[in-house]
Design a binder for this molecule. Structure first.
Ligand SMILES: Nc1ncnc2c1ncn2[C@@H]1O[C@H](COP(=O)(O)OP(=O)(O)OP(=O)(O)O)[C@@H](O)[C@H]1O
Length: 234
């Protein structure tokens, strides 16, 4: 298996009495698509919030490419290559599609126009560059979020429920897109659509009540009785 790019140990975040993330270990391998699944409230969004630095952790360690990033603020983690797809609410509806992505591209040196168009082309939105972002169809707005994440040239791209609300044809396009991101980048995918998970992921981590219930290949996860009882069977 490829080298570990991100290694998280004993990550913990409680909200009052709720153990949202409770001693989670997670290893992401270079160039893999790794899915994070689990029932509603299992702690998935909180966990990726801890990885990206958007949510402060109470205990634990995160090592990215050999560097301890546990105490770095979110912007410093972005600078080190962790991109967390923006929610649609952070798309600037009145700006053009081009300008939305250009805002992310400008963090890097290089040709702003070429970099922006390249990111848009990867998600198939280059022909809509001049359109106002707020007027895009829903599925295209989700793709725009991904282009904004890609524009940061991440080593690790975290996608939080990217297929939610997408039509079947858009999901097919999305799967092709994500396959094209690896192995240059590593993808951590929170996803409720099991067909997408089983189709895309090389490894899956199952969370339940803030703890890791199981981790393994799609075949191992499908065959795991505890996972079936807690989640897949439901
Ligand atoms: N800011 C917060 N304050 C209080 N409780 C929170 C907060 N954020 C999350 N929680 C609680 O922590 C638990 C885990 O929530 P989280 O959103 O991480 O789960 P999830 O697996 O992403 O769920 P879903 O699949 O529904 O998005 C839930 O019980 C949730 O209510």
């Amino acid at each position: 298996m490829a080298a570990v790019i991100l290694s998280a140990r004993r990550l913990t975040r409680h909200f009052g009495g709720v153990k949202a993330v409770d001693g989670v270990d997670l290893d992401l391998h270079h160039g893999e698509i790794h899915a994070l699944i689990g029932p509603n409230g299992a702690g998935k969004t909180t966990l990726v919030g801890l990885l990206s630095g958007r949510i402060a952790m109470q205990a634990g360690t995160i090592i990215l490419g050999g560097e301890d990033i546990s105490r770095l603020p979110a912007h410093a983690r972005v600078a080190r290559g962790i991109a967390y797809t923006f929610q649609i609410t952070s798309i600037y509806a009145r700006l053009s599609v081009f300008d939305n992505v250009a805002l992310a591209v400008q963090r890097h040196s290089g040709d702003l126009r070429a970099g922006t168009l390249a990111a848009l082309a990867r998600v198939g939105l280059d022909h809509l560059a001049d359109q106002r972002a707020g007027t895009l169809a829903y599925g295209h707005q989700r793709l725009l979020e991904i282009a904004m994440g890609l524009a940061l040239r991440p080593r690790l791209l975290i996608l939080d429920e990217p297929t939610q609300g997408l039509a079947d044809a858009e999901i097919a396009t999305f799967k092709t897109l994500v396959r094209g991101l690896v192995p240059a980048a590593t993808v951590l995918l929170i996803e409720h659509n099991m067909d997408v998970v089983m189709d895309l992921a090389q490894n899956i981590t199952v969370l339940n009540s803030g703890q890791v219930l199981a981790t393994g290949t799609p075949a191992q996860i499908r065959a795991n009785p505890a996972v079936q009882a807690a989640y897949l069977g439901g």
